[in-house]
Write a new protein. Structure first.
Length: 303
């Protein structure tokens, strides 16, 4: 499989509300893809998938605020702010509109917010194992979410221990230097040889609170562009049952929602099943051809 680092890309930076945002753009023709990573992840979650979609399509992947190489402001984790960040990066990358917005996990919730708040900017949405579950409808109080979904303390681990732990899981089936680099991008080194998450815990909890407050089905009801949901079914247990119920609720309010279940994939689909994900995304766009935007037609990000 091609290595994302070997593809020709251009570094992109934007500043919005005093927050520096960092990403990369790969050239191509056709509808531009904006890739959004999940909570406590980085743009490198897409590194294995990008070689499979770039070329036919231009691609932008960036680190959302608080993550990776982007600034860590300690604020701005409501979805309206995150959507505006994404548009600022698309402007900096000079991407024409409308965009195909692809979000993984929490990034899918950002994508859904972007499609709702800025419908003129969005041509289609791809929600990758996220964006559909309403935590409150799942019976989870904020106190439950705060306790059950708080980030783990990584400070007792070294990089080598973290990599070994992840490799023992299902991602070990597809392990490669690119997968390992994606895992290593999640953390930074401490002076004692241990690690900590690059996304600060306090910011994580702010983002989690906004996620708990979001009502995805209500947002999906107002979306007028094609939407594909790609869901992982191999994580097992009550979490998959909860996702299946969320999909049923979403299809009840949005009957045109296309759903693909990857029963052999765990949550990190972009790393675990990148080829099939790319095929589904490209097939989805072929089924819903998008009118090419006029040359130079870029819209300024809100906020």
């Amino acid at each position: 499989m091609a290595d994302c680092a070997r593809l020709d890309s251009t570094r992109v930076h934007a500043s919005r509300s005093g927050v520096d945002l960092a990403g990369e753009v790969w050239p191509g023709a056709g509808a531009p893809l904006l890739l959004l990573h999940g909570l406590a992840s980085t743009r490198h979650i897409w590194d294995v998938a990008i070689p499979l979609i770039v070329g036919p399509l231009p691609v932008l992947a960036f680190d959302q605020r608080g993550h990776g190489e982007s600034g860590k402001p300690g604020r701005g984790y409501r979805f309206s702010s995150l959507a505006a960040d994404a548009l600022a990066m698309a402007d900096a990358a000079r991407l024409p509109r409308p965009l195909v917005v692809v979000g993984h996990s929490w990034g899918a919730n950002v994508a859904l917010a972007l499609g709702t708040l800025h419908p003129q900017q969005v041509a289609a949405l791809v929600l990758v194992d996220g964006g559909l579950t309403n935590l409150q409808d799942s019976g989870m109080s904020w106190e439950d979410a705060e306790r059950r979904m708080a980030p783990p303390d990584l400070t007792r681990f070294t990089r080598e221990q973290l990599v070994a732990m992840v490799r023992r899981g299902r991602l070990g089936e597809v392990w490669s230097p690119a997968v390992e680099a994606s895992v290593n991008a999640l953390v930074e080194d401490l002076s004692d040889g241990h690690i900590r998450a690059r996304f600060p815990r306090a910011d994580h909890m702010l983002a989690l609170r906004a996620l708990w407050e979001q009502r995805p089905a209500e947002l999906l009801r107002g979306v007028r562009v094609p939407v594909l949901a790609v869901m992982a079914g191999a994580d097992g247990g009550s979490w998959v049952d909860s996702k299946r119920r969320a999909v049923e609720r979403a299809q009840a309010v949005a009957p045109s929602l296309e759903v693909r279940w990857f029963d052999d994939a765990v949550h990190d689909i972009p790393l675990h099943r990148p080829r099939r994900l790319a095929e589904e995304m490209l097939g989805f766009l072929r089924r819903h051809p998008l009118a090419p935007p006029e040359a130079g037609d870029t819209a300024q990000g809100a906020g």
